[in-house]
Design a protein around this ligand. Structure first.
Ligand SMILES: NC(=O)c1ccc[n+]([C@@H]2O[C@H](COP(=O)([O-])OP(=O)(O)OC[C@H]3O[C@@H](n4cnc5c(N)ncnc54)[C@H](OP(=O)(O)O)[C@@H]3O)[C@@H](O)[C@H]2O)c1
Length: 264
């Protein structure tokens, strides 16, 4: 799988990661689902995993399934609360789940970002956190996200990008490129519960891809400003197919237009 550098951090990550929203919020007795997905994804080179305290039991399940693989993984997670005290408690819990280190700590949906960056910078100094980032899913929040990016206090952003949701192409991606920030793409398949409908498989033949999911992931990864995509799944076969989308060749403008037309 291709690896790309996460902006100015200089750290390389494989381009297909794994999200955990909805898919890893598993009740007792269902840990095997997360284990099978991570086994399949890691077997094909996935290393970047993304979670959040917002995702119910996902963080604990992810930590358990990483287990001895933790040193090989790049763990991106989030602080999601208006309260600094609760944010500190979230980090403590994450440090237990992920063997004492969070590689990329993101302020989830920009909630109380000034307050959180103040103490998170201290934690980064102390070594429990590698890099800092910020996430948002909504175009209405992108002006605020751009303000956070311009502070110089974060190393990476997490935003949506797929052929149906291209708002970040206007201001956010050019700014990330100018500032040297890593770009992690959420909702690359359209988002849980609103997947981009699959066209007739015959339409995909000229693109040389094995599935619609691969076509969508390659569409996003064909933008060189993107560091990695993090599709989520509970299905090990889907995880393997997604990981297989992380190798060149990438699409040129013509192939990208074919996919955009199929989405319309
Ligand atoms: N504000 C934020 O910070 C924010 C917001 C949204 C998302 N995120 C992050 O981004 C990650 C990805 O976004 P997302 O989960 O909303 O959406 P997504 O990855 O675009 O879509 C997830 C859905 O795609 C299906 N899927 C995955 N691989 C497939 C394949 N090969 N073929 C067919 N279906 C497939 C999954 O169902 P199956 O289980 O059936 O495969 C799942 O329901 C999240 O998990 C989360 O980590 C962050």
């Amino acid at each position: 799988m291709e690896r790309r550098t996460l902006g100015r951090t200089g750290v390389e990550v494989p381009v297909v990661g794994l999200g955990t929203w909805a898919t890893f919020d598993l009740p007792d007795g269902r840990q095997h689902i997360a284990d099978a997905v991570v086994d399949a994804a890691f077997a094909l080179g996935t290393r970047l995993v993304d979670s959040s305290p917002m995702y119910g039991r996902a963080e604990g399940g992810l930590g358990r399934t990483l287990d001895s693989r933790r040193p090989d993984a790049f763990v991106a997670t989030k602080i999601w609360t208006p309260s600094v005290a609760e944010g500190r408690a979230q980090l403590e819990s994450q440090l237990r789940d992920y063997d004492g280190r969070v590689d990329l700590e993101q302020v989830h949906n920009l909630v109380a970002w000034r307050e959180h960056l103040d103490w998170l910078e201290g934690e980064r100094e102390a070594g429990g956190i590698g890099f800092l980032g910020a996430t948002h899913y909504a175009a209405s929040a992108f002006p605020e996200l751009a303000r956070v990016m311009r502070t110089g206090r974060i190393d990476a952003i997490q935003v949506p990008l797929n052929p149906r949701d291209r708002e970040v192409e206007r201001e956010i991606l050019p700014l990330a490129e100018e500032l040297g920030l890593g770009v992690i793409v959420m909702e690359p398949l359209g988002g849980a519960g609103s997947l981009i409908p699959e066209p007739d498989p015959r339409e995909l033949e000229p693109l040389g891809v094995a599935s619609w999911a691969q076509a969508l992931l390659k569409w996003t990864l064909s933008d060189p400003r993107v560091t990695a995509v993090i599709p989520a799944t509970r299905d090990p076969e889907h995880a393997a197919k997604n990981a297989a989308a992380g190798s060149p060749p990438w699409f040129g403008p013509e192939e990208r237009r074919v996919i955009e037309a199929l989405v319309r």
